[in-house]
Design a protein around this ligand. Structure first.
Ligand code: ADP
Ligand code: ZN
Length: 212
């Protein structure tokens, strides 16, 4: 199954991508996570991405398209994949088309702007890619990742001003991509729930319907 997961910043794309990846045994690719890793490693990619990310905007299309293309060409994706956070602009969706990649479904996790803003203030993340929430998904030990034991931290772009900017970017540049896939009959919409496991269950059912 070749899947795309879409949704506003903080809608829970990453969490659901991981859940699907584990359940279906297919890899998940998060362009946001790759960019954050590059930033942390101080690579050229990271340095370029930094300004865009911290301003709540999109990293230039040619950069992320390059990352995704390389990934989709790898053997890892032979049995399917989950794309988390890509495509995020019309140009990226068109690039994916031109690569001739078959997409089976595009899952959109819908959460209102108001709830997004509330959620982001409680988000804590780990370098390993795991994500927590002080109220909805707290780690077993305060401030420590369940999966790898490292210390959790607040993503720099989760500051309230940046969150507002990211939402704006989402409405302007990414929502048109959702319409693009809706017109193709590929869109599956799920209401994001407060509890992660409730969303996971809705996603599981939605995907089971597609698989028939
Ligand atoms: P969120 O969806 O919560 O904003 P992500 O981890 O998906 O978090 O993305 C974080 C940031 O990385 C984005 O705000 C953007 O700057 C950059 N980014 C991620 N994916 C893309 C993409 N496909 N195109 C351009 N920029 C991207
Ligand atoms: Zn961790």
């Amino acid at each position: 199954m070749n899947l795309i997961i879409m949704g506003a910043p903080g809608a829970g794309k990453g969490t659901q991508a991981e859940a699907i990846s584990a359940r279906e045994g297919i890899p998940a690719l998060s362009t946001g996570q790759i960019l954050r890793n590059a930033l942390k490693a101080g690579t050229e990619l990271g340095l370029t991405a930094k300004t865009y990310m911290e301003a709540g905007g999109l990293v230039p299309d040619e950069i992320v398209i390059g990352i995704v293309k390389e990934y989709l060409d790898s053997d890892e994706c032979a049995k399917g994949f989950v794309l988390d956070g890509f495509p995020r602009s019309a140009a990226q969706a068109e690039a994916l088309d031109r690569l001739g990649v078959r997409i089976d479904a595009v899952l959109s996790i819908n959460v209102s702007d108001e709830r997004i803003v509330r959620r982001m203030s409680g988000r804590r993340v780990c370098e390993c890619g795991a994500s927590y929430h002080l109220d909805y998904l707290p780690p077993a030990v305060d401030g420590i990742c369940d999966k790898c034991g490292r210390k959790l931290y607040i993503r720099p772009d989760d500051r309230p001003e940046t969150v507002m900017k990211r939402l704006e970017t989402y409405h302007e540049q990414t929502e048109p991509v959702i319409d693009f896939y809706r017109r193709r009959g590929l869109l599956v919409e799920v209401e994001g729930q407060e509890k992660v496991e409730d969303t996971t269950e809705l996603v599981r059912r939605a995907l089971a319907d597609i698989a028939g």
